[in-house]
Design a protein around this ligand. Structure first.
Ligand code: UT7
Length: 349
């Protein structure tokens, strides 16, 4: 076996494959304000013990009044560019369910404030799967030679849409942003993204939603029902589907890549609930230790979840260059997605 073949990411890939998207930068940002479970338990009928035992969450970061999703996205995006040693990219894709305003998209504003002059910039909304959908969109821009470098950001401020009086959501979600830089490269390079598995099931759209504020409600010309502007989630039903779909999507992407479960060193999947991570590991028959966990100190950060978990694992040494990594997510829509890569040698700032 020659040296090149040894680093081919997927058995099916060859050095002659077309342009690949290669991960070359990583940055994250959490708002400074930390809300531990005990503070939530002072207000709601819950306890630190319940939240830790049922979700694995100890604390979450929450924006101050007046701070928005774009503020977090700008910070994470700038750090990702710095880590990639770049000043400029050709496009910015922002995954978010909590844009600064319903219109226009938040991405152009983020691009402008980062100093990315006149680049293509658009939002993607796939709720907690947003980062995977944004990665796939960015990889597509690179494969089509529309862009050579793309900044992909996942940023959400769910504290601005959860009902502060709902223990089922207020105790789960946190705010944050994570970003990666993708560059045009070759499939044999470390960091090259492999195939994607993306899917949706709109039949279950109402399991995770914000009922009011869109055209369905606004076309009635009547004010929204009280409380309908808040995010709702049918926790138990979503819990089961999250495990089933993330495990299924992981298996599908491995099949596409010609890999087996045992080839994967680390699973970095959406941090929705520590028990969901264990459930996916069990369903796949994989050791739970292969699953990166940072939910304890950030909670469920929606589109920011996967890049925040990548950064934690990279900083702690849990993720090392050359390891085969599977990224996966599940969220409202319903939506799900996965991809694989061999972890590049990048610095976390
Ligand atoms: O991010 C993408 C998608 N999201 C997810 O994947 C999240 C999936 N769902 C979950 O993580 C869990 O379902 C929750 C954490 C939301 C809820 O945990 P659970 O163990 O599934 O609880 P449950 O919904 O089955 O509720 C059991 C009980 C209920 O009380 P009753 O009706 O049995 O009296 C809930 O009202 O637990 C209650 N409960 C709580 N109790 C104390 C729900 N949340 C809380 C809470 N503190 N924070």
């Amino acid at each position: 076996m020659n040296g090149l073949a040894e680093v081919l990411p997927f058995p099916g890939s060859t050095p002659e494959d077309g342009t690949s998207a290669v991960l070359c930068g990583l940055g994250t940002f959490l708002p400074p304000r930390v809300v531990p479970n005990t503070v939530i338990a002072e207000r709601l009928d819950t306890s630190d013990e319940w939240i830790r035992a049922r979700t694995g969450i100890r604390q979450r970061h929450v924006v101050e009044a007046g701070m928005s999703t774009s503020d977090l996205a700008v910070e994470a995006g700038m750090l990702a560019l710095k880590s990639a040693d770049l000043d400029d990219v050709d496009a910015l894709v922002l995954a978010t369910t909590t844009p600064d305003r319903p219109c226009p998209a938040t991405a152009p504003d983020v691009a402008y404030r980062i100093g990315l002059n006149r680049v293509a910039a658009f939002d993607v909304n796939a709720v907690c799967t947003g980062f995977l959908y944004a990665l796939a969109s960015a990889a597509g821009l690179i494969a089509a030679e529309v862009a050579e470098h793309v900044l992909v950001i996942g940023a959400d401020t769910f504290s601005t849409i959860v009902d502060p009086d709902s223990r089922g959501t207020a105790a789960i979600f946190g705010d944050g942003a994570g970003a990666v830089v993708l560059r045009a490269g070759a499939a044999h390079e470390l960091g090259a993204l492999g195939p994607f598995d993306l899917g949706s099931d709109g039949q279950d759209a109402d399991l995770i939603m914000v009922p009011a504020g869109g055209s369905r409600q606004r076309s009635t010309r009547r004010p929204a029902e009280p409380g309908a502007e808040f995010f709702t989630m049918a926790g138990k039903a979503v819990f089961r589907k999250a495990i089933y779909q993330m495990a299924g999507s992981a298996q599908s992407v491995l099949d596409k890549a010609g890999l087996r479960l045992r080839d994967i060193d680390r699973f970095v999947i959406h941090q929705a609930n520590a028990r969901i991570l264990t459930g996916v590991a069990d369903m796949l028959g994989q050791p739970a230790a292969k699953f990166v966990r940072n939910i304890d100190h950030v909670g469920n950060t929606a589109a920011a979840s996967v890049p925040l978990a990548l950064t934690s694992a990279c900083a702690s040494g849990e993720l090392r260059a050359g390891q085969r990594v599977l990224l996966g997510a599940f969220g409202g829509g319903l939506t799900w997605g996965s991809t694989v890569l061999r972890w590049p040698d990048i610095s976390v700032l």
